[in-house]
Design a protein around this ligand. Structure first.
Ligand code: GLA
Length: 377
C-alpha cells in the first residue's frame, strides 16, 4: 500500500476519514424531498495530508495511478472521466464558500469498492473537504448539513453527477450504532438505534458498475419532476398514497410516470413505517418492508438488474433471512440482506453459490454494522 511518505517524500501532518454507506430503505426518495434511512458503513476513504506554501494542491490515490494537480488560484475545469473531478469539485465549492485555501498534498486510501453502489464518491468528497479545511487551519469552518450540501454541489456541478443529498449527509452525520432518518426536504435528522447482536447486515456486491451520470438515474429524476408538476405539487413528497391512487386510477398520471409515482409515494410511506418497526426492534416487519421496497424498485421504478434480483431471490428462502433489497441508485452496485446472526454464514454461502451458478463468478459479501460519520483520526 502506498504511504504518504512514499507518495510525497515527507511525513503527513494529519489524517481524516469519511465512510461509505448503505441505505436500509428509502430509495430514490431523496430528490423527491422524501425520507431516507442510511447507515455509515465501516469502510471508508482515508485522506492523509500536509500543507504547502506554494499554492499547489496535489491529490493522489493509493488505488489510482495518476496525480491530480491544481493551483489554489486557478480557474478549474472538469476533466472528462477523471476521478479528480470529485476532489477538485470540492476545491471549487470551498473557494465559492469563501474559504481561503492553502496548497497541500493529499493521499487518499479507500476500501469502499469503487462504483459498488456504496457511495465511494461522497466519501471521497467529504474526506477531501475535511483535509482541505484542516490544511487551511479552518477545520470546522463548514460542518454538518452545510458540508453535505457543499459536497453534493461539487458532485452535481463539477463531477456532473446529479445525485441527491443522501450520500453526503450520511458520510458527514453517521453515528456508530444508529441509522440516520433524514428528511431530505427540511434537513431534519433523527438517529435511530440500529445495533442488535442478534442481527447482521450483509452487503453483496454484484460488481456491475453503474455511473449515476449515465442515462437511467437522470431520467428517473426527470420523470419524478414531471409527475410532480402534473399533480401540481412541488415534489412527490407532497402526494399522499390515497391521492396517488386516485391520480393513477383517473388517468391523470399513466404509463411509466404512474409506475414511478407508485414507487416513490409507497417508498416514502414504507420508510416511515420501517423506522417505527426499527424503534420497537421489530426486525421481521422491517425485513418485509425491505422486500417490498426491492419489488417496487424492480417493477415500478425499474432500476434493479438481474444480478441484484438474483441476490434478493437467493436470500429470501434462506433460514434466518428477514429482508433483502438493492441499495443505492441501482442498475448494478450492491444488495443488502438483513439476517439473524446465527444464520448469516449459511445464508451468505447460499447466496454466493446461487450467484456463481447463474453468473459464473463470485459476488463478494461482507457484514457491516452502523459506523461513525466523517472525522479526524
Ligand atoms: C444514488 C444517489 C443518491 C440517491 C440514491 C437513490 O446513490 O447518489 O442521492 O438518489 O442513488 O436512493
Amino acid at each position: 500500500m502506498l504511504s504518504f511518505e512514499q507518495a510525497f517524500f515527507r511525513p503527513a501532518e494529519g489524517r481524516v476519514r469519511a465512510p461509505g454507506r448503505v441505505n436500509l430503505i428509502g430509495e430514490h426518495t431523496d430528490y423527491n424531498d422524501g425520507f431516507v434511512l442510511p447507515i455509515a458503513i465501516e469502510r471508508q476513504v482515508a485522506a492523509s495530508y500536509a500543507g504547502r506554501d506554494d499554492g499547489v494542491i496535489q491529490f493522489r490515490s493509493a488505488q489510482r495511478p495518476e496525480t491530480i494537480t491544481v493551483r489554489v488560484g486557478d480557474e478549474h475545469k472538469p476533466l472528462a472521466g477523471s476521478w479528480g473531478n470529485y476532489p477538485v469539485g470540492v476545491v471549487v465549492e470551498l473557494k465559492k464558500a469563501g474559504l481561503k485555501l492553502r496548497g497541500g498534498d493529499v493521499l487518499f486510501d479507500s476500501d469502499v469498492p469503487l462504483g459498488g453502489g456504496l457511495s465511494s464518491s461522497a466519501a471521497l468528497e467529504v474526506a477531501t473537504a475535511l483535509a482541505l479545511m484542516a490544511m487551511a487551519g479552518q477545520s470546522h469552518a463548514i460542518a454538518g448539513r452545510e458540508l453535505a450540501l457543499l459536497c453534493q454541489r461539487a458532485e452535481n456541478l463539477f463531477a456532473g453527477a446529479p445525485c441527491g443529498i443522501m450520500d453526503q449527509s450520511i458520510a458527514v452525520l453517521g453515528k456508530k450504532g444508529s441509522a440516520l432518518l433524514l428528511d431530505c426536504r427540511s434537513g431534519v435528522t433523527r438517529h435511530v438505534p440500529f445495533a442488535d447482536p442478534g442481527i447482521v447486515l450483509l452487503v453483496a456486491d454484484t460488481q456491475v458498475k453503474h455511473d449515476i451520470g449515465e442515462g437511467g438515474y437522470p431520467l428517473r429524476r426527470r420523470q419524478c419532476h414531471e409527475a410532480a408538476a402534473k399533480l401540481g405539487v412541488k415534489a412527490l413528497r407532497d402526494v399522499a398514497p390515497q391521492q396517488a391512487r386516485q391520480a393513477i386510477d383517473s388517468g391523470v398520471i399513466s404509463g411509466d410516470l404512474a409506475k414511478r409515482v407508485r414507487h416513490v409515494v409507497g417508498e416514502i410511506a414504507r420508510t416511515l413505517e420501517a423506522v417505527e418497526a426499527m424503534e420497537r426492534r421489530d426486525f421481521a416487519t422491517f425485513g418485509q418492508l425491505m422486500f417490498q421496497s426491492h419489488q417496487a424498485l424492480r417493477d415500478d421504478f425499474e432500476v434493479s438488474c438481474e444480478e441484484l434480483d438474483a441476490i434478493v431471490d437467493a436470500a429470501r428462502p434462506c433460514k434466518g433471512v428477514l429482508g433483502a433489497r438493492m441499495t443505492g441508485g441501482g442498475f448494478g452496485g450492491s444488495a443488502i440482506v438483513l439476517v439473524r446472526a446465527d444464520a448469516a454464514e449459511a445464508a451468505s454461502r447460499t447466496i454466493q453459490d446461487a450467484f456463481e451458478k447463474r453468473f459464473a463468478r463470485r459476488c463478494p459479501i461482507f457484514a457491516t454494522s452502523a459506523g461513525d460519520g466523517a472525522g479526524h483520526f
